[in-house]
Design a protein around this ligand. Sequence first.
Ligand code: MG
Length: 332
Amino acid sequence: MEIELAVRPYQRRFVKPLHTAHGLWTWREGLLVRLRDSRERVGYGEIAPIPWFGSEALEEALSFCNAQDKKWQAETVPDGLPATQFGVGCALAELVKEDFCAGYEPVIPGDSFANANICGLLPAGETALDLASQRLAQGHRTLKWKIGVHAITDEIRWLERLTEKLPSHIQLRLDANGGLSIDQAEQWLATCDRINADPQMAAIEHLEQPLPPDRLGAMQEMSKRYRTAIALDESVATVAQLEQCWAQGWRGVMVVKPAIAGSPQRLQAFCHTHRPRLVFSSAFETGVGRRAALAVASRCATTPAPALGFGTQGWFADDWDTLTAAELWNRL
Ligand SMILES: [Mg+2]
């Protein structure tokens, strides 16, 4: 059967540029994929790369897609293009009605029932203290705060104030993006253990990626000495890396961004075989990739499922979150 692969590039502007380890992120760029077969069946997908997080660059995804003629074959997307594998894999699943990446209810922005299962984001620094109550009012029960941005003594002081201020049933995730030294990571873990020992204070759910990806052994060793969980994120950008860390003995939490992890089928197979403790997270994709990523998350989830790292709606200066795949395709 012949399948035509077409792509349309998109650009979305963040309401406020994001601070990343790579600098300021102002525009989110990606591709919408449309597959169409000779019976006029159609499937949409999204390629939303984050090259500094281990995926291919947008140009690589685009040149792969442009090189495919009408005799495209699903199995030809190479492992070096994980975001493309995801986008094309989901479009193909939709086209053949495998329903693999579909069927998950879109989350309505501001819906506090839905937000109870979604991790709300706090800005780095002291402003988190002001914004936290707003996130709780939006219905979030888990909040994530970036650390390793300001002086550690200031950040630890702010964390203590934050956990005193928040109700005790609220959970906090701390994300260091691999930016701590071993000494700093130990200081954070000791602080988290102390906070978690106090039932009056909000709990720290985990410390995310304290050290760079090449320090897996050190993180494994630390995870044995502290009670607060360590979660891998940058270490496990793709399914291949999830499999590697698992093979090296990591049994702690791992954060997965399905949109850049590679083949959704391979991710599901890994989850069903090993039942890893996964936290699913957004890659700042459009509604097309978001619905597909949430569908994958719902199929791979363990119970009780940790809050979804998808608190990214309303971060773009457009109305795309309300559009269907076909509507967005026609706008591009
Ligand atoms: Mg992270």
